[in-house]
Each structure stands twice: as structure tokens, then as C-alpha cells.
Design a protein around this ligand. Structure first.
Ligand code: ADP
Length: 498
């Protein structure tokens, strides 16, 4: 069974074959019943009817003959005799003859019917002869005519007795046959019913079984592929599906595995390129610190010449010292950024405890700005502790920093429900961010203000984004100028160690 089409053809084929078998069985059994019904309709019932007619005509003719011998001419009697002997009995004889023509000649019923036909014929002749002899009143007075008629009458009586006897015997036989055939017919019909019920049940069960097996052979690989797609989408690039048939779904499974292979190779390449890049940034920023330190110490040295320089010289020296210190901060932030995620070990973190630590690190700034920090029930999550601490610290720090002068900062940390993620929010009552800047601020070195207005290097939110992505989540901001900002970020509940 190499492809889905053949599987479906097999399922439908089996169902149709089984149904055809049921129909053949049904028609075989129906044929038997029809044969019995035909015997009853074509042989038994017409025979019984004919025999019944023989009995009544013969009785009537016998009575007419008896009356004829004892009474004088009677017109009505003669006419009735003529109808019976010339029309009704010959017609009945013909019907009986036609009927027995369908019987096999060795059949005893054939013989008995022939006897009835023959005897009836003879009786008709005798009755007719008697009516010819006894035509007038005078005929009844002639002794020889009366003798002949009387002999004929005896003969007729014997013949009618014989016919009656034969008819009664045949009626008994046909009645018995009728009864047995009807019993057989009922049995056949009951059998037919049973056969139909049993074979239909078997047919339905076979069809259901084949359909179930076919559906299973299609649905099972689809489920395996679905699981594979889910695992890969969750970041498990090493996951491969195991299918061992030869149909289209198995081919799809092979293609799926090759796709997963190239995906995981691409990711490995990207990861190694990223690592190289981070290494480069780390080395570059590390090496940059050395000349910076030299510039910084020499600018400090130059301060000794304070009295020997004019105002412009002193101011230039001050600018050099300031720029050097900013550069040192920048380089340090860059180094931190490149190092993020290098010491990876997943652990269960109680976010409320984590926030107590962050709060204590920021305690000076909180006091200085008189910030009201509200922390609502926070969950325990799995993640990288130092990075998560840094994430909260950056966002709370920004929330306190980007405020209008004279406003008491109110910062709120809260969580929202989501089935697959931990969702956090950090809300402030600060200066807000214009819609057109809300995406850009997550890029490295992107700042919306001058150093003079708000201190900073522009790396903080890039840091935050990197940390959130490391935890399988996303970060975004909702804000309006002068109406504060809320930074939302998610952390995956099922985090795979990378
Ligand atoms: P930095 O704080 O060093 O300037 P960030 O990357 O942390 O750098 O922030 C980038 C920019 O996003 C900031 O310069 C500021 O303009 C804006 N920003 C960040 N947080 C807030 C906030 N809570 N309210 C208003 N603006 C903010």
C-alpha cells in the first residue's frame, strides 16, 4: 500500500465488495423463496380451485341426472345440463389439462388429474345419452328405455363417486403440499432476514474496521508531523519525525526532516556568527579601554598645568575629560552587552525576591528622586538570574529617569495572565514617547534626548530586548507624550536551555 490514493481505494473497494456479497447472498435466498411462492401460485392454488369446481359441478350434474330418471321432461333441467356438459365441464377439463401439462408425467397428481378428466368426460357422455333416451313422457313408460337409463344412471353414480373420491384425495394431497410449502416459505423468509441482518452487520463491521485502519494510517503520520512542527517552532531544532511507511505522508516526513536539518544548520551558523561578532565587540571594547585609560590619566595629569593655561585651554581640558569619561561608559556598556547570555544556566527565580535586590541597587536614585515604587504579586519564573535582574533594573531606572522636572515618579511593576508566557508590565508617569519612536528606541545607541537633558548611552533598551529574546519573549512599549509609558515584556513559560 504505497500511497494514500491506494489506501482510500482499498477502503472503498472493500466496503463495496462486502456490500455486493451481501446482495448476492440476499438474491440467492430470495430466489429459493420465489421458487416456493411460484409453486404455490402456479400449481397448488389453481389445482385446489379446479378441484373445488369439479366437486360442485359434478354434484350438480349428479343431482340433475337423478332428477331426470325420476321425473318427466323438465326444460330448465335440460338447459342446465347442457350448460354444464357443453360449456362448464369441458372448460374445466381444459383448464385441468393445461395445468397438468406443466406437471412431470411420473407425478402421481398428473395421473389422478388425468383420471378425473377422463371419468368426467365419460360421465358427461352418459348423462347426455340418458337425456337422449328420456326425452318425452312416453320414454318413461317404455321399459327397455327405462332399463337402459337406469343402467346409465348406475354408471353415472359410480363415475361421480369415483370422481368425488379422486377429487377428495387430491384436495387432501394439495392441501398438505400447500401447508408444507407455506411452512418452508416462512422458514426461507426467516432465514433470509437472519442472513440479511448478520451479513449486513458483518459488512458494516468490516467496512468500519477498514475505514478505521485507513484513517489511522493517514491521521497518525499527520499527528507525528504536527508534533514535529510544534517542537521545531518551540526552538527544538534537533527534533526529527520518525515515519516508516512509503506513502506521500512519509515523503512529507522526509522533506520535513531535511527542512529541519537545514534549519538547524542555519541556526548553528547564525549562532556561531553571532558569537564571533560578540567576541569581536568584546575584544574591540576591551582593547579600546586601554587607550581611553591613557587619555584619562594624561588629561588628569594636564590638570596640574591649570594655572598655566588660558580659559580656552582649561575648557578644552575639561571637555576632553568629560568626553573620555562618556567614552569609558559607552565602551563598558558595549562590553556588558556583548557578554550578555554568555554565562547561561537556567534557574527558578522568585521575581519578588529579585525585585528586592534591584530595589536595593537603585535605593540611592529612588531616595534622590523620591520615587514611589509599587510592586504587585510577581510569579516564580525559569530564567537567567543576572540578566533578568538587569532587565528590571534598566526599565525601572528609565521609568525614574525620564520624568518632567518637579514630578514625583510613580513606578508600578505588575503581571498579567497568559497561558504560554509570563507577561510583565513596568508603568511610569513620565514624559512619554511619541508613537514614531516607540519601535526605534530598542535599537542600540538610539536616544531621543541630549546628554544634557537626560544622562545615558542608548544601550539600555537594546540590552532589555536581548535579555527578553534570550527568554523566548518579546518587548514593546505603549505610551503617549506627557502621559507616561508602560513597557510590556513576556518570558516563555516553557524555556529550553540553549
Ligand atoms: P538610555 O536610557 O541610555 O538613553 P535606553 O536604550 O535605555 O537608553 O533608552 C533609549 C531611549 O528611549 C531613551 O534615550 C529615551 O529617549 C527613551 N526611553 C526609554 N525609557 C523611557 C521611559 N520610561 N520614558 C520615556 N522615554 C524613555
Amino acid at each position: 500500500m504505497n500511497n494514500i490514493k491506494s489506501k482510500l481505494i482499498l477502503a472503498f473497494g472493500t466496503t463495496i465488495t462486502v456490500l455486493l456479497l451481501v446482495m448476492v447472498l440476499k438474491s440467492l435466498y430470495s430466489k429459493k423463496s420465489e421458487k416456493i411462492q411460484e409453486i404455490i401460485d402456479v400449481r397448488i392454488e389453481p389445482a385446489l380451485e379446479i378441484l373445488h369446481e369439479y366437486r360442485s359441478f359434478n354434484n350438480e350434474l349428479y343431482l340433475i341426472a337423478i332428477n331426470k330418471i325420476s321425473s318427466a321432461k323438465n326444460e330448465k333441467l335440460t338447459n342446465r345440463m347442457k350448460v354444464i356438459t357443453e360449456v362448464e365441464l369441458p372448460h374445466l377439463n381444459k383448464m385441468a389439462f393445461d395445468l397438468i401439462a406443466t406437471f412431470p408425467q411420473e407425478n402421481p397428481e398428473f395421473y389422478a388429474f388425468s383420471q378425473i378428466i377422463g371419468t368426467t368426460d365419460n360421465a358427461i357422455h352418459n348423462v347426455e345419452d340418458m337425456f337422449i333416451i328420456l326425452q318425452t313422457k312416453n320414454d318413461y313408460e317404455k321399459i327397455e328405455k327405462l332399463n337402459v337409463s337406469s343402467t346409465l344412471n348406475d354408471k353415472i353414480a359410480l363415475q361421480f363417486a369415483e370422481i368425488d373420491h379422486l377429487v377428495a384425495a387430491l384436495q387432501l394431497q394439495f392441501n398438505q403440499e400447500n401447508k408444507s410449502k407455506r411452512t418452508e416459505l416462512n422458514r426461507q423468509l426467516a432465514n433470509l432476514n437472519k442472513i440479511i441482518i448478520i451479513s449486513s452487520t458483518i459488512a458494516i463491521l468490516i467496512s468500519l474496521f477498514v475505514a478505521y485502519k485507513t484513517i489511522q494510517s493517514i491521521v497518525k503520520p499527520i499527528k507525528i508531523l504536527q508534533e514535529g512542527a510544534k517542537r521545531i517552532s518551540e526552538g527544538d531544532y534537533k527534533y526529527r519525525v520518525m515515519l516508516n511507511g512509503k506513502d506521500e505522508l512519509n515523503e512529507l516526513g522526509d522533506n520535513f526532516n531535511s527542512m529541519a536539518d537545514s534549519l538547524s544548520t542555519s541556526f548553528e551558523n547564525i549562532n556561531s556568527k553571532n558569537k564571533e561578532l560578540e567576541q569581536f565587540v568584546y575584544i574591540a571594547s576591551h582593547d579600546l579601554q586601554e587607550p581611553l585609560r591613557t587619555i584619562s590619566s594624561f588629561s588628569k595629569l594636564l590638570k596640574q598645568y591649570h594655572g598655566k593655561l588660558d580659559d580656552t585651554g582649561n575648557q578644552s581640558l575639561h571637555f576632553i575629560a568629560q568626553a573620555t569619561s562618556r567614552m569609558q561608559y559607552l565602551v563598558k556598556d558595549l562590553m556588558d552587552y556583548s557578554r550578555l547570555g554568555s554565562d547561561k544556566s537556567l534557574e527558578q527565580i522568585d521575581c519578588e525576591e529579585l525585585l528586592i535586590g534591584v530595589q536595593s541597587d537603585l535605593s540611592e536614585l529612588i531616595k534622590e528622586t523620591n520615587t514611589k515604587l509599587i510592586i504587585k504579586n510577581l510569579p516564580k519564573v525559569s530564567g537567567y538570574k543576572t540578566s533578568l535582574g538587569l532587565l528590571f533594573q534598566n526599565l525601572i531606572n528609565n521609568a525614574m529617569k525620564f520624568q518632567n522636572a518637579g514630578v514625583k515618579p510613580i513606578v508600578e511593576v505588575f503581571t498579567e495572565e497568559d497561558p504560554n508566557f509570563w507577561k510583565f508590565g513596568i508603568k511610569d508617569n513620565g514624559i512619554g514617547i511619541a508613537p514614531q519612536h516607540q519601535e526605534k528606541i530598542f535599537s542600540i545607541f538610539k536616544r531621543l534626548h541630549t546628554k544634557k537633558a537626560y544622562e545615558g548611552t542608548g544601550i539600555g533598551l537594546a540590552h532589555c530586548q536581548k535579555i527578553v529574546e534570550l527568554h523566548g519573549g518579546t518587548i514593546r512599549v505603549e505610551s503617549e507624550i506627557d502621559h507616561g509609558s508602560t513597557f510590556y515584556f513576556t518570558l516563555a513559560k516553557k524555556l529550553l536551555e540553549s
